[in-house]
Write a protein that binds this ligand. Sequence first.
Ligand SMILES: C[S@@+](CC[C@H](N)C(=O)[O-])C[C@H]1O[C@@H](n2cnc3c(N)ncnc32)[C@H](O)[C@@H]1O
Length: 193
Amino acid sequence: MTRIEKHFVNRKKKAEGNIKKVQSALQQIEIEKINNVLELGCGTGFVSKYLADSYDFNVYGTDFDSEQIQIARKLQPKSEHLHFQVEDAAKLSFKDSSIDLVLSQNVFHHIPNWEDAIREIVRVLRSGGYFIWLDLTFPEVIKKIFQSFVKNYGLYTVNDIKTAFENNGFKKLSYERIAHGPFSQHHFILQLR
Ligand SMILES: C[S@@+](CC[C@H](N)C(=O)[O-])C[C@H]1O[C@@H](n2cnc3c(N)ncnc32)[C@H](O)[C@@H]1O
C-alpha cells in the first residue's frame, strides 16, 4: 500500500468498524466449532486481537507487508492465542485443512492474483470451515479499462467473485451489499462444502 493508503487504513476507527462487521458475521456461524482462525491482511491487528481475546480463538493475524506486521506486534499486547506473521494470501504457509475460519476484510482488491488466494484459502480450510469476506468490487467497465495496465491490484466484478466462490466449493450462508455506487462493498459469509 502507498503511505496515503496506510494512513487511512491504519486508523483505529477503521478497525472498530471492522470489528462490528465481524461480530455480526460470527452470529451466523457455529462458533463453538471454531478454534484456529486465520486473518488475511490484518494490518494493525486490532481485529485479530479482538477475536483472540473475546472468543478465545487461536488467531493468526497475517499480512503481506512486514511493516504492517511490525505495527500489529507493537500495538497489540502479546497473548498466548495471538500470533502475527508475514504471509502472502496467495501462497500460504499453513497446512492443508488446519484452519476453521478465514477472515479477509478489504484485502482482495490488493491481490492481483486473487483467484490463487481463493484456492489457498480452500486448501487451508477444513471441510465445513468458514470464510468471511468483505471488500470492494468494481464495475465491468472499470475492470476492462484498467486490467491491461493495473498490475498491483485485484480487479474483479461482484459476479467474478461470486462465481469464484461457487466454483471453489463455497456455499453462501449470507450476503449483503453494504455500499452502493461504482465501487460497491460486499459482505459474504461462506462455508466450505
Ligand atoms: C486495505 S488494507 C486492509 C487492512 C484491514 N484488514 C482493514 O480492513 O482495515 C489491505 C491489507 O492487505 C494487505 N495485503 C495486500 N496484499 C496481500 C497479500 N497478497 N496477502 C496478504 N495481505 C495482503 C496489505 O498489506 C494491507 O495491510
